[in-house]
Design a protein around this ligand. Structure first.
Ligand code: DX5
Ligand code: ZN
Length: 221
């Protein structure tokens, strides 16, 4: 599995969005992670499709949208128009059949589909969606805010999903640093979302390189 660094724009300086994106590109980012929050699924709001479109038009990096919203299925066209490369939805926002329909719609529209599990849900919840996804997202904090502390209890969940799906991209999101990326890589994760640890560092290129190296060194898959 290839290791990917995905800086989360939630932690960037939005007054300087263009230069922050150039900073992430120059630092060796592989993917840009964009968190859309509706204030209902999570107790916070972030940005919308206009922001995603501005970013995807400006950068060649893939725009991966993490939908922390109750009705992501309503917005597949908007996400496509906004230039999203991938879309992640949380599996607890609707019954299983509806989630499968949303994931299929995402793929039909040429985007990569992914399912996210909040910390409370077990690895086995991902199983029914495996034929419909390109990536699983294991939340390593409660979704809604950047800058939270990594939850080590999530490591076993990553291992279980890796055993279930040996070639699936497994993304981790929340409290990811060099140290926690190393733990997650050993458990089987290969896509590392990091907001605070990368954008708030003085040397984003050094931090990104260190995080990727820590993951490479620790990986067992
Ligand atoms: C939180 C978001 C994350 C957030 C991560 O709900 O999904 O993508 O930006 O931020 P850090 O890396 O600061 O924990
Ligand atoms: Zn996220």
């Amino acid at each position: 599995m290839k290791i990917f660094a995905a800086p989360s724009l939630l932690a960037c300086d939005i007054m300087n969005l263009a230069s922050e994106i150039r900073r992430a590109e120059a630092a060796g980012a592989d993917i840009l992670h964009l968190d859309i929050m509706d204030g209902v699924y999570v107790p916070n709001m972030s940005f919308g499709f206009g922001f995603v479109k501005a970013v995807s038009s400006f950068s060649k990096l893939p725009a991966d949208v993490h939908m922390m919203t109750v009705c992501p299925g309503k917005y597949i066209d908007s996400l496509k128009d906004a230039g999203a490369w991938g879309v992640t939805v949380h599996h607890d926002i609707a019954p299983r059949d509806e989630i499968i329909k949303i994931l299929s719609d995402i793929r039909k529209n040429g985007m990569r589909a992914s399912v996210a599990l909040r910390p409370a849900f077990p690895a086995s919840d991902i199983e029914p969606f495996l034929p419909y996804i390109d990536m699983a997202l294991v939340m390593t904090v409660e979704p809604g805010f950047g800058g939270q502390r990594f939850m080590p209890d999530m490591l076993e969940k990553i291992s279980e999903i890796r055993r279930m799906a040996p070639s699936l991209d497994i993304q981790v999101d929340g409290g990811i640093t060099c140290e926690t990326a190393s733990l997650c890589a050993a458990a089987g994760a290969n896509v590392f979302v990091a907001g605070t640890s990368l954008f708030k560092s003085d040397d984003m290129a050094l931090e990104t390189a260190k995080m990727k190296k820590a993951a490479e060194d620790a990986r067992k898959y």
